[in-house]
Design a protein around this ligand. Structure first.
Ligand SMILES: [Fe+2]
Length: 245
C-alpha cells in the first residue's frame, strides 16, 4: 500500500485546489478572470517561446545558451512551484511533469529524499539543464566507459572526473558529449528540489541508459513514466519508476 503524496515543503504552504502553471494569483474583474502569472509561470512561457512550434527539434538546433540564461534568471520561490513538487518518501526521488514545451522538451520537477540520489546515467543524445529550487545537490561527473557508447565494455569501474556542489538557484548543464553523471542530495535530513529541462525529449520517448559505477555495464531505463503531471497525481502504476536522466 503506497502512502499518499506529500508536498515537498520546509515551510507551510497550501497549494490551490487545482494546480496549474497559469492559475496562480487568480482574481476576477467583471466576468473575465484576471490571471496574474508568477515568475515561474513566466519561466515556462519563455521556455515555450524559445522552443517554439517552428523551431527545430534536433539537438543541434537548440539554443542552449538562451535556455540556460532563462533558468539562471529565475529566482526560486517555493510558493510558485510547490503545487507541482509532489514527493513519495518511499523513492529515492520523485519525478513530476510540468510541461512538454511544444513537444520539444520535458520540463520536470524532481524531489530528492535526504541522502538519496540517481544511478549514473546518460541523456539520450539530448540537452539537460537543471536548476536547484530548494536545498543543495551534488553532481558527480563520469567519463564514458572506455572505447564505447555504453555497450559491451570491459568490467572496470567508471572514472569520476569531477564533483560539483550545486547550491540553491545554481544551474547546471550536461549532454552526452560532456559525459555521464549522477545527482544526489547530500543532506541527511532535508529534501532537495530541482527543475529539469530535457530537450529534445528523447529520454521520455526512447529511454536512457543507466550504468553500474563498479563495472561500467549499462542497461536501458524507461523514462516515460511520471508520478504527477501539473500537480495532479497520476495512476501510481503508471508512475512507478526509480530512474531519472
Ligand atoms: Fe541527468
Amino acid at each position: 500500500m503506497m502512502s499518499p503524496p506529500s508536498i515537498a515543503l520546509e515551510k507551510s504552504f497550501s497549494p490551490s485546489a487545482s494546480a496549474s502553471t497559469s492559475s496562480s494569483g487568480f482574481s476576477r474583474c467583471g466576468s473575465q478572470p484576471l490571471v496574474i502569472k508568477t515568475q515561474f509561470d513566466r519561466l515556462v512561457d519563455d521556455l515555450r517561446a524559445i522552443l517554439g512550434p517552428a523551431s527545430g527539434i534536433d539537438s543541434e538546433s537548440v539554443d542552449v545558451d538562451s535556455l540556460i540564461n532563462l533558468m539562471r534568471e529565475y529566482t526560486s520561490q517555493i510558493a510558485e512551484w510547490a503545487p507541482f513538487a509532489l514527493s513519495d518518501p518511499s523513492r529515492n526521488y520523485t519525478r513530476n511533469g510540468i510541461d512538454e514545451v511544444n513537444a520539444k522538451a520535458n520540463l520536470l520537477i524532481l524531489v530528492w529524499n535526504p541522502g538519496k540520489g540517481s544511478m549514473v546515467h546518460d541523456h539520450a543524445n539530448a540537452h539537460c539543464i537543471m536548476k536547484v529550487l530548494q536545498g543543495e545537490l551534488v553532481e558527480e561527473l563520469y567519463e564514458w566507459p572506455e572505447g564505447t557508447n555504453g555497450h559491451d565494455v570491459a568490467s572496470l569501474p567508471l572514472h569520476m572526473k569531477k564533483q560539483t556542489n550545486l547550491p540553491l538557484d545554481q544551474v547546471a548543464y550536461i549532454s552526452d558529449k560532456i559525459g555521464l553523471h549522477r545527482i544526489r542530495n547530500p543532506s541527511p535530513d532535508k529534501i532537495a528540489v530541482s527543475l529539469h529541462l530535457y530537450t529534445p525529449p528523447w529520454a521520455a520517448k526512447f529511454g536512457c541508459r543507466i550504468f553500474d559505477d563498479r563495472t561500467g555495464k549499462s542497461s536501458k531505463a524507461d523514462m516515460s513514466r511520471l508520478y504527477s503531471y501539473r500537480g495532479k497525481l497520476l495512476n501510481y502504476s503508471q508512475g512507478g519508476t526509480s530512474h531519472t536522466c
